[in-house]
Design a protein around this ligand. Sequence first.
Ligand SMILES: *Cc1c(COP(=O)(O)O)cnc(C)c1O
Length: 385
Amino acid sequence: MTNFPTEKFKELKTPFYYYDMSLLEDTLSLVKKESEKYDFHVHYAIKANANDRVLEKIRSKGFGIDCVSGYEIQKALEVGFSPDGIVFAGVGKADWEIELGLKHDIYCFNVESLPELEIINELAAKNGKKARVAFRINPNVQADTHHYITTGLDENKFGISMPDLESVLDRMKELENVQFEGMHFHIGSQITDLDNFKDLCTRVNELQEWFISRQLFPKVINVGGGFGIDYDDPQNNPISDFASYFKVFKDFLKLKAGQELHFELGRSVVGQAGNVISRVLYVKEGVKTRFAIIDAGMTDLIRPALYQAKHKIESLSASSDAKKVRYDVVGPICESSDSFGKAIDLPELKRGDFVALRSAGAYGEVMVSRYNLREEPQAFYSDDF
Ligand SMILES: *Cc1c(COP(=O)(O)O)cnc(C)c1O
């Protein structure tokens, strides 16, 4: 649970990100403990949050890292992550990004198409390297529980479709500068129903037999990320149930001798540790609604505007017995989508009050923009107060 040092906030310019570093620490410790029980390998998905202090803490715990661009690889290396813990995914890897990965001998390229495999092979040959590759396969587990071969997998831009997989494998056997490591999956994000991961395990079990029947042994199985967090009640449920999450894979995924299971967790690692702290600028009586206009906008936290995500809004200034008033909480940006919530009951707000937009640690600060030429929000950390 996060305690906000509201008195100290009074000296600071809003809006800003506030990171609860002890919650991050506790979350990381639990991920480590529960994954190490089964010798699972965890790569943190850096796209969720690339703040230096956050990355430094994650690195200090010894996790690997999952990158989806060359810039993320650069960042990971700068912060001191070891290249042999870097996995690199993405449907559109540019040549320079592949060459950067090759130069640093990153652990594995998660390959998403045949033309990409050809280019990785070509660039590896040019640079005198052999690239480790895993195939990203879209197992379509949420939409369909039928046998993998009967599902339509070709409509998604991510991953290699089942009909193509056979020819990709045949071609790979002819390529000299790529080495087969295993299979990669990532089925989606903010998944809270563990049955989805059970389904993934079933699909992986089937697929691995398919590979083995073609004389390819997947040494590594990477099941991606996607584990969700509790956006409704971050205060009482600040850490996702990693014990149950990892146990699903232990119980349902049939690992063979010599195989490693890898994960790429983003949101569930950092999501609850971050908050946007904002001040109320105006309370405006509309025709039908009462607006609370705050100084944070979609430039600081775009998830509500981008995909109607809900972040819990809390007043940090009012006493808990203050009477509740219903507000539409909106930002100052010139877009109607710049809204954080409609008909939210909050203790009566006044100009200057602090509000927190909770659970903003993942896909928050990394998506900050300077639209309307706004300043980027600063970040502050609980252990500095
Ligand atoms: C985004 C992403 C992740 C992390 O997803 P979360 O939902 O944040 O856990 C993992 N792997 C890949 C390939 C991704 O693109």
